[in-house]
Design a protein around this ligand. Structure first.
Ligand code: NDP
Length: 297
């Protein structure tokens, strides 16, 4: 399935995450409607928010709204910042035992001064209810090539790459960033698709040279416009995961968009690229936690 190409000013085709996400959400809504009408349990997602971080509140609200539009039931726990590790674990375990909760999402990061151990909290969710795909068992399944929920942002990246219709097998992917939630899992998913993968990070000696070898570039760094347009190999597909706030307002990615668009064949905008895909994949993971893998693309 190829997207309607929206050419950028300089010719690279725009890999439009808003359109892709909307299509996915529409397809999920239809799946849920048909499945529930056929007697399947309505998928349910529980969100857990600890403390009052405004950005986290917005993220959780957006996720719950998206669920409601698709027909996923939501359960929500607003916990005080001082609920404590044991208190939080008790709540997570209760949700885990709830038969109508198929997916659980604990919004990260947890409050810095609460003495929380995020890893222990994530591990308290059953791997089967791990809507974010962050559970160590699911990260292990990804490494072993076994089925299981995949982390949402990397899954969104793969979906966008598939929309280009470009052949991935045998080609060279360069991932900039090696976090557990984006860089490492996306590298494994590209490897699963038979790409030759290079992973770069803050100690990489010559980032420009590494980026210049990429047929597919995935930037997940968190440094505004770190990747210069002039580094991009002509014809490369550029997926920019970065979301950085400009001091003067507005968002910017990890890649110099205008200059990169002069060389790339496809490029994601920021905002409107990978960001919208992440929520769509969270919802897909929730429906799949309830019913098993969906056949849709
Ligand atoms: P992390 O801070 O966890 O990881 C950043 C990675 O970038 C690290 O591996 C780090 O290397 C590497 N890095 C930092 N500076 C450089 C540099 N100068 N050169 C090369 N590599 C460098 O970030 P995340 O993975 O969580 O997020 C990355 C970006 O993606 C952020 O902008 C974030 O906001 C965005 N994001 C977007 C999402 C979406 O839905 N679109 C979802 C999640 C994140 P090292 O390991 O050596 O320190």
């Amino acid at each position: 399935m190829n997207p309607t190409p929206g050419p950028t000013a300089s010719g690279a085709r725009l890999l439009d995450g808003r359109a892709a996400s909307q299509e996915l959400l529409d397809a999920l809504r239809r799946e849920v409607e048909v499945g529930v009408a056929a007697g399947r349990p309505r998928p349910g997602l529980a969100t857990v928010l600890v403390g009052e971080d405004p950005a986290s509140q917005v993220y959780v609200r957006n996720k719950r709204r998206a669920c409601e539009k698709v027909g996923i039931r939501t359960f929500h726990l607003d916990l005080p910042a001082d609920v404590g590790q044991e208190g939080l674990l008790r709540h997570v375990r209760d949700l885990d035992e709830h038969p109508e909760v198929h997916g659980i999402l604990v919004q990260l990061p947890l409050p810095k001064d609460g003495g929380y151990d995020e890893n222990e909290v994530l591990a308290a969710i059953s791997p089967e209810k791990d809507a974010d795909g962050f559970h160590p068992v699911n990260q292990g399944r990804l490494m072993l090539g076994q089925p299981g929920p995949r982390p949402c942002t990397p899954r969104g990246v793969m979906h966008l790459l598939d929309r280009t219709g470009e052949e991935l097998t045998g080609r060279h992917a360069v991932v900039v960033g090696r976090s557990n939630i984006v860089g490492k899992p996306v590298a494994l998913m590209l490897l699963e698709r038979h790409m030759t993968v290079t992973v770069c990070h803050s100690r990489t000696r010559d980032l420009a040279a590494e980026v210049g070898r990429a047929d597919v570039l995935v930037a997940a760094v968190g440094v505004p416009e770190l990747v210069k347009g002039a580094w991009i190999r002509p014809g490369a597909v550029v997926v920019d995961v970065g979301i950085n706030r400009r001091p003067e307002g507005g968002l910017v990615g990890d890649v110099e968009f205008d200059a990169a668009a002069e060389r790339a064949s496809w490029i994601t905008p920021v905002p409107g690229g990978v960001g919208p895909m992440t929520i769509a994949m969270l919802l897909r993971n929730t429906v799949e936690a309830a019913w098993g893998p969906l056949a849709m693309p």
